[in-house]
Design a protein around this ligand. Structure first.
Ligand SMILES: C[S@@+](CC[C@H](N)C(=O)[O-])C[C@H]1O[C@@H](n2cnc3c(N)ncnc32)[C@H](O)[C@@H]1O
Length: 254
């Protein structure tokens, strides 16, 4: 599958090697151009062009490899849509704006390490393949690009993704602060208090009169060695351990 065949040569190159290419394209002129290129050639049978917004298409067809020269504004939703695809594709080779690619592959301790890095690396192995300088294009765009290989982990980790992302949002809100300070924000406290009370009422678990979610959270962080940890240096395994520690005592993020 390719997103946006456009007038570039990417689709033609894929058609040389692929058994079949399903290409999504939003621009009708691009669709006409691509169809014109294959008409009467052996590639015509291999090509299936789907008109419309790839992100609005609810049922992507099954595919094993995805190759796309993406419009950069849809990079993030496209990657997550790809990682939610079932059955999982074997891998994707995608071109992104360089800064976005750098965040995808960033490791703990790097300035660029962020929620995006952790979320994608939880679900996939991400590898930088090559830089593509702006001067390689005519006319040159304003930004450099990079090609990245994304190989989804199969099977995917058994995790409640909403819970996971809820935890990361708090931890990365200020990624240089300690977790203790991130979890002491009023908004965070009131959200976690609300969630805790819902869980307790569902479980018929009594809540002591002098209960303080703030103290409860601090206790979990302390007992599990997370009080002074900072999101920017935490490994995926650390976040998984933290989520487990919170969930064990009925603190939930979604
Ligand atoms: C960066 S160009 C790549 C063109 C071509 N693949 C190439 O390599 O030369 C991105 C293409 O994606 C198309 N496009 C933009 N947003 C899209 C969307 N949401 N769904 C499908 N195609 C889209 C644009 O019309 C454009 O043709």
């Amino acid at each position: 599958m390719e997103v946006g065949p456009g007038t570039g040569n990417l689709s033609m190159k894929i058609l040389e090697h692929a058994k079949k290419l399903i290409a999504f394209e939003i621009d009708t002129r691009m669709i006409a151009e691509l169809k014109k290129r294959v008409i009467g050639t052996p590639y015509q049978q291999k090509l299936d062009v789907r008109a419309g917004d790839v992100l609005r298409c609810d049922d992507w067809p099954n595919f094993d490899v995805c190759v796309a020269n993406l419009p950069y504004q849809i990079s993030s939703p496209f990657v997550f849509r790809l990682l939610l695809q079932r059955p999982l594709p074997r891998y994707a080779v995608l071109m992104f704006q360089k800064e976005f690619a750098d965040r995808l592959i960033a490791k703990p301790g790097s300035k660029l390490y962020c929620r995006l890095s952790v979320n994608v690396q939880l679900l996939a192995k991400v590898e930088h393949l090559m830089k593509v300088k702006r001067s390689e294009f005519r006319p040159p765009p304003k930004v450099d690009s990079a090609v990245v290989r994304i190989e989804p982990k199969n099977p995917p980790p058994p995790i409640n993704y909403k819970e996971w992302d809820g935890l990361l949002r708090i931890a990365f809100h200020r990624k240089n602060k300690t977790l203790l300070s991130s979890f002491k924000q009023n908004q965070v406290i009131s959200m976690l208090d609300k969630n805790y009370r819902v869980v307790c009422s569902v479980k018929n678990k009594p809540i002591p009169k002098d209960f303080s979610i703030k103290d409860y959270i601090e206790k979990v962080l302390t007992e599990n060695g997370f009080v002074t940890k900072r999101a920017r240096t935490m490994e995926i395994e650390d976040f998984l351990a933290l989520l487990l520690a919170f969930n064990k005592v009925d603190i939930h993020f979604a």
